[in-house]
Write a protein that binds this ligand. Structure first.
Ligand SMILES: Cc1ncc(COP(=O)(O)O)c(C=O)c1O
Length: 352
């Protein structure tokens, strides 16, 4: 099922963002009913926003260009200049979103340690909440990430999320979830996504990752919050026009791709088992569609060589950190591709 590029089969495990739209998506995009979404007149966008809000258990949704834009818009609405957000040191919003909330919103990040399972300890959150003192920034928001990308794709449970929500409410704070892969979390935990989002004031999820759509994320929250978010989206240049051609793929993603995410999780476990049997590699526990593994420092080849030699065998992976690699499962990877990728890894390690 892997991509065929210039007649060559490529097993691309770098990320689930590399997914191409499915044939059904391309057809729906071609036939989408559209209108000017800045006027609120695109029926396909309106349908996607309503369906997303329903799935997340919120009053309203807002279609945005990317996960980064969804998180940024949420932070701009929740926080004023000089306000502080509490988030994990491994959070995508902290590490990979170009410091957007500080650059554009004057928002101050207060970083606390992510545990290996992606959680923040409640006592660490409590300790990070500022007192009422003119010298200190004002704590305004707590952010969680579910699943947690850099923490082995771990899903955060409903009970844990609930406890963070209670803590936020007790201290008059807002609570945002970067749920780029919330459907992977829901699949792994066997709960509807709204159980994972109920305690949060806002949630962003991505259509363009394991859900296969070419573009887009949806930010969900109360109607009042989304009205403000619509304005913030305009400020960051995210007011799109006939965006129904993109939203149409998103609707297919919710209908057809969400129910099959369990296959990606099974493929991730299968790959992890294969890697565990290769001398010189150690694999981290796998929870959803993301597999991290490490190369022994005693190995006869370096990180870049491993990536290059796999690429010669038409398998693509990402090096993320010293001797640490990531492989992400998605719609375009099937069980045979996992066999082929495992053989390629075994051969590269054997020939080193
Ligand atoms: C956890 C998480 N949040 C947010 C994003 C940002 O999404 P985008 O690439 O659509 O901006 C990503 C992207 O990989 C992600 O993994």
């Amino acid at each position: 099922m892997a991509f065929i590029i210039n007649g060559q089969k490529i097993i691309d495990l770098r990320s689930d963002t590399i997914t191409h739209p499915t044939p059904e998506m391309r057809q729906a995009m071609a036939q989408a009913e559209v209108g000017d979404d800045v006027y609120g007149e695109d029926p396909t966008v309106n349908k996607l926003e309503a369906r997303s809000a329903e799935l997340m258990g919120k009053e309203a949704g807002l279609f945005v260009a990317s996960g980064t834009m969804g998180n940024l818009v949420a932070l701009l609405v929740h926080c004023g200049r000089g306000d502080e957000i509490i988030l994990g040191d491994q959070a995508h919003t902290f590490v990979y979103e170009a410091g957007g909330s500080a650059a554009l919103g004057g928002i101050h990040p207060h970083i606390i340690k992510n545990q290996p399972d992606g959680t923040l300890l409640l006592q660490d959150i409590l300790a990070a909440i500022r007192g009422d003192d003119v010298h200190l920034p004002r704590t305004r928001l707590i952010c969680l990430e579910n699943t947690h990308n850099r923490c082995a794709g771990s899903p955060l449970s409903a009970a844990y999320t609930q406890s963070v929500g209670e803590l936020a409410r007790a201290h008059g704070l807002k609570f945002h979830i970067d749920g780029a892969r919330i459907f992977n979390a829901a699949t792994a935990l066997g709960v509807p996504p709204k159980e994972l989002t109920a305690p949060a004031d806002s949630i962003t999820f991505c259509l363009s990752k394991a859900l296969c759509a070419p573009v887009g994320s949806v930010l969900c929250g109360s109607r009042e919050f989304i009205n403000e978010a619509r304005r913030a989206r305009k400020i960051v240049g995210g007011g799109m026009r006939q965006a129904g051609v993109l939203a149409a793929a998103g609707l297919i993603a919710l209908e057809q791709i969400v129910p099959r995410l369990g296959q990606d999780h099974a493929n991730a476990k299968k790959l992890a088992e294969g890697i565990a049997a290769i001398p010189g590699l150690t694999v981290e526990p796998v929870h959803t569609n993301i597999v991290y593994f490490r190369l022994s420092p005693q190995a006869q080849l370096g990180d870049e060589q491993l990536i290059a030699q796999l690429a010669e065998r038409h398998v693509k992976l990402l090096a993320l950190g010293v001797h640490r690699f990531r492989a992400v499962m998605h719609y375009w990877i099937d069980s045979d591709d996992i066999d082929a990728a495992t053989i390629a890894l075994r051969d590269v390690m054997r020939d080193a």
